[in-house]
Design a protein around this ligand. Structure first.
Ligand SMILES: NC(=O)C1=CN([C@@H]2O[C@H](COP(=O)(O)OP(=O)(O)OC[C@H]3O[C@@H](n4cnc5c(N)ncnc54)[C@H](OP(=O)(O)O)[C@@H]3O)[C@@H](O)[C@H]2O)C=CC1
Ligand SMILES: N[C@@H](CC(=O)OP(=O)(O)O)C(=O)O
Length: 347
């Protein structure tokens, strides 16, 4: 078993890490960290547990420690679910001696830090060698993208490989859990929609093109198409919905697009990694799907569900669809764990 720690273990994403790792066949939770508010307490006393599944027995009595490598010792991998500003300071300290699989945005766009979705760009992990050389670390940091970006990019990857994409527009309807437990006051969101999520559109636009970009041996050259995002918060607890509009350079047949999406498999499926979904993209034919409540848990929350796939009659060479992805599983904790499973298998 590999000893793993969770940084920010009491938060929304930290709890998902605990849920997904509690019965993991290769990773054993041996350290839990949080802020000074929680350090020194039993995990069960420190965390306000919000998941439907009960707190795993194995973590209830673990004493939460400060988020410091001197406190969270003897771990081979740490999963980071820290706020970005804290992650920027703390993750490099841990990377001196262990692998950091980070879900935070702080280091994602650093030129020598791999930003990875295992089905999309596992070859970007070659940046690790450059990172260790640049920074003199024995460990390293690998990051996963923003929750909305992950779901979108999993659907764009097979299309990008088969067609010449000209431009993409995406409009999101994002769950409140994306902002953390105290992130959106109920008075702001009940009976309402908030048409702004700070920094989200910029992250979706830059991270997606970076993920689909080419690693040339030194750095990543972003994919060369246009991408425009508009992001909105809706009164859903879990599961981000996105309406996607794509214009290709050439004509397309919708049956070919459908086959392209549902036949898509990547390295995690070939290697049969523990957390890999059977199919990263699942197509629904019903005219009223996907819906967050019904589709967010597809394949344990690790698959993205696509529906309403159709040609766009208003424009040439264009299609549109709606997708749903689980923001704290495939969009956060599950994504970091899949990165760590891939690293354990191939590096
Ligand atoms: N929620 C989502 O859907 C997604 C979230 N993310 C990212 O994941 C990260 C965590 O998000 P989320 O779980 O929602 O956030 P929460 O606010 O729910 O949890 C934050 C965690 O970090 C700890 N923490 C806060 N401040 C400090 C500090 N100064 N030093 C050490 N630990 C600290 C908290 O501990 P304590 O309980 O003691 O305060 C808590 O464990 C963020 O970077 C977020 O942007 C990414 C994708 C999706
Ligand atoms: N901003 C996302 C969640 C998140 O924290 O994303 P990031 O890891 O890119 O900061 C949401 O609100 O749904």
């Amino acid at each position: 078993m590999v000893n793993v720690g969770i940084l920010g273990a009491t938060g929304m994403v930290g709890q998902r890490f605990i849920e997904l790792l509690a019965d993991h066949p290769k990773f054993e939770i041996t350290a839990l960290t949080a802020s000074a508010r929680s350090a020194g307490k039993r995990y069960e006393d420190a965390a306000t547990w919000y998941l439907d599944s009960p707190i795993p027995e194995s973590v209830k009595d673990i004493t939460v420690v400060d988020t410091d490598p001197k406190e969270a010792k003897d771990v081979d991998i740490v999963f980071s679910a820290l706020p970005a500003d804290t992650a920027a300071i703390v993750e490099p300290k841990f990377a001196k001696s262990c692998i950091v699989a980070s879900n935070a945005s702080a280091m994602r766009m650093e030129p020598d830090v791999p930003l990875v979705i295992p089905e999309v760009n596992p070859e970007h992990l070659d940046l690790v060698e450059i990172q260790q050389k640049n920074r003199g670390w024995d460990g390293f940091i690998v990051t996963n993208p923003n929750c909305s970006t992950i779901a979108l990019t999993l659907t764009l990857k097979p299309l990008y490989d088969q067609y010449n994409i000209k431009r993409v527009y995406v409009s999101t309807m994002q769950a409140v859990s994306g902002a953390g437990y105290n992130g959106v006051p109920s008075m702001a969101i009940v009976d309402n929609l908030v048409p702004f999520i700070g920094g989200e559109e910029e992250k979706m636009e830059s991270e997606t093109l970076h993920l689909l970009g080419e690693f040339d041996g030194e750095s990543v050259v972003p994919a060369p198409f246009g991408l425009s995002a508009s992001c909105h918060r809706v009164a859903v607890v879990n599961g981000h919905t996105e309406a996607v509009f794509i214009e290709m350079e050439d004509d397309l047949e919708i049956e070919d697009v459908k086959n392209c999406l549902c036949n898509f498999k990547g390295l995690p499926q070939k290697l049969d990694l523990h957390s890999a979904p059977k199919n990263p993209v699942v197509i629904r034919e019903e005219e009223n799907r996907p819906q967050p409540r019904m589709d967010r848990n597809t394949d344990n929350g690790m698959a993205v569900t696509v529906g309403r796939l159709r040609k766009d009659a208003a424009f040439d060479n264009s299609l549109r669809y709606v997708l749903v992805g689980h923001n704290t599983i495939r969009g956060a904790a599950g994504a970091s764990i899949l990165n760590a499973e891939l690293i354990s298998e191939i590096m």
